[in-house]
Design a protein around this ligand. Structure first.
Ligand code: M7G
Length: 326
């Protein structure tokens, strides 16, 4: 193709836009005037040019043939990044030559095996509704739902906290919590930085369990997560104050309290939408308001929490019925 030689003439100037969530990069640079078919080849004029590179969708055929040993396989190489409990994640390369140049891989492959019914339902296409969870509904429907999960559901957390998995990745550890890369992160692209802080206290299951009571130390814990995450992000990746978005999911997928820590410029999809993500800053502030009224029920005991639920979610049927009654 004639464009192969035309592209050789591109002189890079600067990056205009990085959009890791869209697998897209927009560059500014220039081409010699010969880029235009009608131009005089001798001209030394430079033409300003914008180039947007976007990864194409994963082809559906790979559903059957992922690896090279399989006819027309999609991936030429894979390297395991981690495996914890039933979760394994790999970096994959589409062409063998790009391994050094593209250490994060051309694609990331996540495997859940053996997958439970809860996993299959979570990853299935579904529509959502918003439901309101009053303190009473929490007690009647949600708390029993959370308590019914077998301990295996969060075995990946125990594996990490007890020092058996992902130890080389840990960025901070104290007697209260640890910070490490979330398995969603490719470990290289700062624009999509995604860390997770996991608290050690397994009694703390969700936002609903947070209290202002000084003796419990939740506010101190949350502030300390905020502080340590900022220090790590600045020291390791030069992310300045305000460059992180930290939030707590309600409902989360896993009821062992954790905080999502992501690059403030990264669009992490539905996981950061209104109706699931609660800013750590706001949560701290709400608890601090409670501190002024010791002995009274806490904000997360009193508050109605509204969130989106997919129709495959374990709470969907009961919450939809409660919504219809209320
Ligand atoms: P969540 O709010 O419970 O649910 O977050 P979500 O998955 O619907 O967001 C759990 C977070 O833990 C997610 O961001 C996951 O990507 C991350 N995560 C899950 N597992 C099984 C692992 C793991 O084994 N290791 C690490 N490092 N992160 C994990």
């Amino acid at each position: 193709d004639i464009f192969e030689s035309k592209l050789q003439g591109f002189v890079f100037e600067r990056i205009l836009l990085e959009e890791p969530e869209k697998c897209r990069l927009t560059l500014l640079g220039s081409f010699p005037a010969s880029f235009l078919a009608h131009s005089n080849q001798e001209s030394t004029d430079l033409l300003s040019a914008i180039i947007r590179i976007e990864k194409t969708a994963v082809p559906l055929e790979i559903a059957q043939h992922i690896f090279p040993s399989q006819l027309g396989g999609f991936l030429s190489r894979v390297k395991r990044m981690e495996s914890t409990d039933i979760y394994t994640w790999l970096a994959g390369w589409i062409s063998a030559t790009s391994m050094e140049k593209q250490p994060q891989g051309d694609v990331k492959v996540n495997i859940i095996c053996p997958a439970t019914d809860v996993h299959i339902r979570k990853y299935s296409k579904q529509s959502s509704i918003l439901v309101r969870e009053t303190p009473d509904i929490y007690k009647r429907i949600v708390e029993p739902y959370i308590s019914a999960f077998p301990p295996e559901r969060t075995r990946w957390v125990t594996e990490i906290l007890e020092g058996r998995k992902e130890q080389s990745k840990i960025l901070f550890s104290s007697s209260d919590f640890i910070v490490l890369p979330d398995m969603k992160w490719d470990l290289h692209t700062i624009g999509s930085l995604y860390l997770i802080a996991i608290v050690r206290d397994e009694k703390l299951r969700s936002l609903r369990d947070l209290r202002a009571d000084k003796a419990l130390g939740h506010v101190t814990l949350l502030k300390s997560i905020r502080r340590e995450a900022s220090i790590i992000a600045e020291e390791k990746w030069g992310i300045v104050r305000g460059g992180l978005r930290m939030y707590i999911h309600y409902q989360p997928s896993y009821y062992h309290f954790h905080v999502h820590i992501i690059n403030a410029n990264y669009e992490a999809g539905m996981g950061m939408s209104v109706g699931q993500a609660h800013l750590l800053e706001d949560v701290i502030s709400l608890l601090e308001l409670d501190e002024a009224n010791p002995g009274t029920p806490g904000i997360f005991e009193k508050m109605t929490l509204t969130y989106g639920l997919g129709e495959q979610h374990g709470l969907y049927v009961a919450m939809k019925a409660a919504e219809a009654e209320g």
